[in-house]
Ligand binder design. Sequence first.
Ligand SMILES: [Zn+2]
Length: 225
Amino acid sequence: MAARIDIPLSDVQKALGGSLILDHPPRCSRCGTQPAAYYETHKLRLRIGANKPGLYRQTYRVSRVYYLRLRVCETCYQADFAICPEEFQKDETALGRLARTHSRLFTIGTLIACTGLLLMTNLVPANPELIQIKSIWPYITGFGGAVIIGTWLHQRTRQRRILESLESKWINPALHPRAEARTIVLENEDDATAVVLQIKLYNEDWAAECAAQYNWATVKLGEES
Ligand SMILES: [Zn+2]
């Protein structure tokens, strides 16, 4: 059975620019295992006051980033790397450092490839000083592409190895899915008790103990909710 924790505006406002950390009770919020010294991360935004629809996308009067972090065990933490490595970039763990390295290499590869493509165009004049470097644009673009593909292959290999190691221990990550976070857009900040974040957890006991600790409301959800 799943449960939902409703979190009011005042608690999310305290976490803006930082993290909203749910670390009680000290068990895994997914499988209930102890110890649980890791955190699953969700990058979220507090959104208040929807502006009139813009040309490209919906904008808000207030739109500020914060991170939701929920206590998990090492196994559930590792399982996430195979699904959402981008959520690891803030973590001071081995997998967090690896995620940051991958992210930087993707950026560097893209910049190199774009530089090569730029040299191909007339935006870079074909004067005597530049003609030589302009002529090697396919190699520069190819090198940038190779960095991107190499990084992607390395990431895939690490993800596959983690999944294989979990499978060898008869652990099925799908049995203990990540929490689901839903942001509710308010019209204004007048009511500090208004709910702005709903977190669906599949570990009902953990959700109830956590909500009691922080004085938040919980709602029991049926299988289909
Ligand atoms: Zn766990």
